[in-house]
Design a protein around this ligand. Structure first.
Ligand code: TRP
Length: 349
């Protein structure tokens, strides 16, 4: 069986450090192994509209932002096919057919959807399009016969739902669709980066994100005002590193060489943590170190971003070319689906 990697993001805002450690870094690593037959990374504008249908301009403008983020982190258009979801009409058609295979109660049970419904306060006026986005996501995945879907942890229920739909389809209509598996980071800290305010998740609406496109000054401000251990008042006080986002970020990002370069008194994160926990290590020292570590990560990302911002026609080109290729692939899958469902009518027309 072919190894096909596919994933995407909703264009609702620029991507942040949580996206980077939770998924983007994984994708670049996968791309660089070269161990795959096809790789697709797309911008899920159709899905973004399911809860942003009143804000078309926001979705439109963030398509290019997200594409710039993709290229900035090092995804390579020679290795990856990029496309815009709404430009692939076959995805809507597949969604329509998959809808028959899913019950309303199954959708309502999806933990990610459930949580989002509460967050968004839809109460008794849930838009049908929103509730059914896991079905459309299954179309995204299966249209490209994806076998591996690198995503954040919150997407696991979507993949479970996709697998169910695939099994159900193949059961009824015969072996047609390919069952995908999710790929999430090995490291637990990378799966969900807390916000700079210590809240559970980096989230645009909470204003607690460090964006990949933030400039150096902005990052410094954000890091230096990060939430730490509220009981670590004096330098000599023993500190907590466990629920402390400064240490969690370090855990997700730090490399040995960073110590040599920026904090040579310590060799490992464990040493640094031990000192903080014992007392005698100030927040400012740790934050300055974290700032340097984040800058090491963001500097090359910013540089690439600048290049692509200055060469936007290149970026447009990648999307145009990728979208063409993607549509051909989706059309081929759709043809198989319709044949299996006996709606290709080759016998009649
Ligand atoms: N649900 C994903 C997110 O919120 C975006 C997405 C849409 C996606 N379709 C997909 C991810 C297919 C992986 C595969 O970020």
């Amino acid at each position: 069986m072919k190894k096909i990697i596919l994933t995407g993001d909703r264009p609702t805002g620029p991507l942040h450090l949580g996206h980077y450690v939770g998924s983007l870094k994984n994708r670049v690593a996968l791309q660089n192994t070269g161990d795959y037959d096809e790789m697709y990374v797309f911008i899920a504008d159709t899905q973004a509209l399911t809860d942003n249908f009143k804000n078309p301009k926001k979705v439109h403008d963030n398509v290019i932002e997200v594409m710039l983020d993709y290229l900035s982190v090092g995804l390579n258009p020679e290795k990856v096919t990029f496309f815009i979801q709404s430009k692939i009409p076959q995805l809507c058609e597949l969604t329509m057919y998959y809808m028959n295979l899913v019950t309303l109660s199954r959708l309502e049970r999806n933990p990610t959807v459930k949580q989002e419904l509460i967050q968004k306060n839809f109460e008794n006026s849930i838009p049908v399009g929103f509730l059914t986005y896991p079905i459309s996501q299954t179309a995204d995945i299966t249209a490209f016969e994806a076998t591996i879907v690198p995503v954040g942890e919150d997407q696991l229920p979507m993949l479970e739902q996709a697998r169910e739909i695939v099994r159900s389809f193949n059961n009824i209509y015969g072996d047609t669709l390919v069952e995908p598996v999710a790929l999430i980071p090995d490291s637990k800290v990378c799966r969900r980066l807390p916000g700079t305010d210590g809240k559970a998740k980096m989230s645009k609406s909470l204003g607690n994100c460090i964006y990949l496109k933030d400039d150096s000054e902005t990052v410094k401000k954000k890091v230096m005002s990060m939430y730490t251990d509220p009981n670590h008042l004096k330098v000599t006080d023993p500190g907590n590193t466990k629920d402390n986002p400064v240490f969690i970020y370090l855990e997700a990002l730090v490399e040995e060489s960073h110590f040599e370069k920026y904090l040579p008194d310590y060799k490992t994160l464990d040493e640094l943590k031990a000192h903080y926990e014992k007392g005698g290590l100030g927040d400012v020292t740790v934050k300055k170190f974290l700032y340097n570590v984040i800058e090491e990560v963001l500097e090359p990302i910013r540089e690439r971003r600048k290049y692509y911002e200055d060469n936007l026609e290149l970026v447009h080109n990648y999307l145009q070319e990728g979208t063409k290729k993607a549509e051909a692939k989706a059309a081929s899958t759709l043809a198989k689906v319709k044949k299996s469902m006996l709606i290709d009518y080759k016998d009649i027309m």
